[in-house]
Design a protein around this ligand. Sequence first.
Ligand code: F6P
Length: 380
Amino acid sequence: MIKKVAILANGGDVSGFNAVIRAIMRAAMTHGIECYGYIDGYKGLVENNYIRLDGNPIASGIIAKGGSIIGSSTNTIVFHYKVKHEDGTITYEDLSDLCVKNVREAGFDCVFTLGGDSTQKSSRDLFLKGINTIGVPKTIDNDVACTDITFGYNTAVSVATEAIDRLHTTAETHHRIMVLEVMGRFAGWIALESAISGGADVALIPEIPYDLNKAAEAIKKRQARGKNFSLVVVSEGAMSKDGTIEAHEAEGLDSKSGISIKFGGIGPKVAKELQELTGMEARCTVLGYMQRGGTPTAYDRVISTKYGAKAMELALEGKFGVLTVIKDGELSSVPLEEVIGNNKEIGAVQGGTADSNVRRVTMDHDLVKTARNIGICLGD
Ligand code: F6P
């Protein structure tokens, strides 16, 4: 019998967090279950900081609201938790036992973990330690394994599409190459899909190491056809055939954990090199956090609501240690064990590392075939 549940939103925010929170809360209310929210994701779990959501005015009217009403935190994995001491030193500690104790004392029958691959890895690990967890797949990058789509992705694609549309008119007016750098650390879904929807000419994604000469050739061919401008979309994690990813480690973050790595810089690099190769003027726009903020699209509101309602359905069925997924259009669930892939070691630090199981664009995917068929250059 489920009487009391908690929601935890973790990782970089996305549009749709609140829609999932709302759906879980409303499904809980339908079944007379108390619903709580941990403040700032796993941080709230460590600090035992949570609030009641059902009946709380802060949880009302939130379906269209960006961000997360209960906050979120990045780089906070309870098995490798960053602790800042009074003397300024930082250590990483395994606080998972404390979390287990906190959940038990609060009396939560289930904790819903809204997040990406790192969050779901920790969710699996907490499940192995005896906590009833159910994951809901989030990321704008759309790179959570075992599901066709994560919530937040569609909004990011829609923001990127609007950006391409706006760059289109200025590119055309000034006869320039406009490069748009979008998010996507290890997977190029946003770049690929928005390049198709925005009518871009080149899309560079992490899965296809690029040769910029190919992109320059495509741009010159357009020029020869009288098209004196081109639009290029590049994922932040894209890299050249002989180059490295333009990434740097943010100050003070953990070098062991992949999630600390900040990407950025590939867009300006590509623009500069394309200018040299084509002789055309090139400019770069880095879209950044615009992709994560603001109101979710109707599509994201609906899949977030489906995911949230399904998560509560699973809890009522007593199915824990699973992730809600959409596979071939069907709303279902898979064991978190499958989601984490080979990263079996409990508590191991993960997230965008060689061990993590991110879902990347495959060369036989419809989006790749479509892009190639309509002549979008993928840099290969
Ligand atoms: O994982 C989603 C994502 O938006 C990445 O594409 C991006 O590199 C990262 O988060 C940046 O997150 P933050 O700066 O909040 O750590």
